[in-house]
Design a protein around this ligand. Sequence first.
Ligand SMILES: Cc1ncc(COP(=O)(O)O)c(C=O)c1O
Length: 455
Amino acid sequence: MATKEFPLVPEHVEKIKTPHRTIATAIPVPESVELLKKMRETEPRSMGGQPPVIWDHGEGFTISDPYGNTWIDFSSGVLVTSSGHGRKEIVDAIAGMAHHGMYHAYCFPTRIRAELVEELQATIPEPLRRVFLLTTGSEATECCIKLARTQGLAKGGKEKSVLVTFHNAFHGRTMGAQLAGGGAGLKGWLGDLDPRFVQVPFPDGFRQPDTGFHVFEKTLSDLGVRPEHVCGVMSETFQGCNAALMPAEYAQALRRWCDTHGALLIFDEIQAAFGRTGKLFGFQHLGVVPDLVACGKGISGGMPLAAVIGTDEVMNLYGPGEMTSTHSANPICAAAALANLRVIKKEGLIENAAKLSGVLKAGAERIAAAAKGRVGACRSVGLVAAVQFTKPGTTEADAELAWEVVYRAYQRGVMLFAPVGVAGCAIKICPPLVIHEAGLQEGLDVLESIVREVA
Ligand SMILES: Cc1ncc(COP(=O)(O)O)c(C=O)c1O
């Protein structure tokens, strides 16, 4: 579903000056409109849809335009800038590598690649062992799909090629990722769907009230999928669109099912990993270890870098030179990622996410209560929450209301990205992990008062 575009007509809004927010101009800023219009005329429409603020620079959990306005950032870009905007450590790492004279190395060995892989390897539980560095999240999920299919072929012949994923899942915008994705609205362009990609309900406790694992088995049986034909099951640990963590009992039953049927368990942790949930990896909430993990976003704090982490057996399915990419482990991105991971560790940002999770949860629940029955589900884990606006008493999306909240938040100094989730019904609250309680509380209070007004 396309997002409704934000208007480019400046409005005289209330001036705001707090320690974390400044709104000093009309919004959108009159001087910015020409540039914003030019961008709408020269880029595909798909690049639009976000609040029309020219991002100029950021610091910690705030983002500023060039005209003196500053927002509390509840977006982290799109769950990327976990260690904060404008981090000196990351800037120095990027500049240092560039000045050193190394900004591309293809798959030729580099010291920085070795260091980053070693850093990541030190954090992952057995039997996960090998780390393959890529560029984007979609590339990582595509790689997981390929490895699952490859192992299926080797173990069970060409019939063992079914990949099971979940309704409303998001795994990226490339072809395999969208075959695997669970949003019907994103699959139109694919034409006839590949019957070897099937989706089952995600146990979110809202759109799928029954969170028992028997639903997984029954759905496969109803779809005519034989368990021995499944090569892999891939899921986000929490679904991006609703911030619902997979229940631990469900994940453990799924782990057993995959072991019984020789299928790989794959977690897409592109949003979850590196502290967002209050643990290093989201799967650490679930009491299971997957065979493959797809990482991206918060791994680098901002530069395009992704990773697939997996067992020896799976990661070595391809021979030398057979599983590579032009920009694998780009040295500047790798340097930024290493600096980012060290900041996360040194500053205890995972612990901070865990510590503030109760503040976010309580704030999101207050927002839901202020909506007077127009929020159907409100879930949060660590420092990510999703509030789903719905028609009272139903699961039907109220995208207009979600959009209105994002719009007013942008006018009042709180930056959310455009609504996501089923038919665009959810606002996501996901600040950089460096946020402190006062900053988080201030942003949540603004959202609560907006919801009280508009609902
Ligand atoms: C859970 C999940 N998987 C995969 C992706 C795709 O990542 P990228 O946009 O870096 O290709 C995203 C991006 O939003 C995501 O949230």
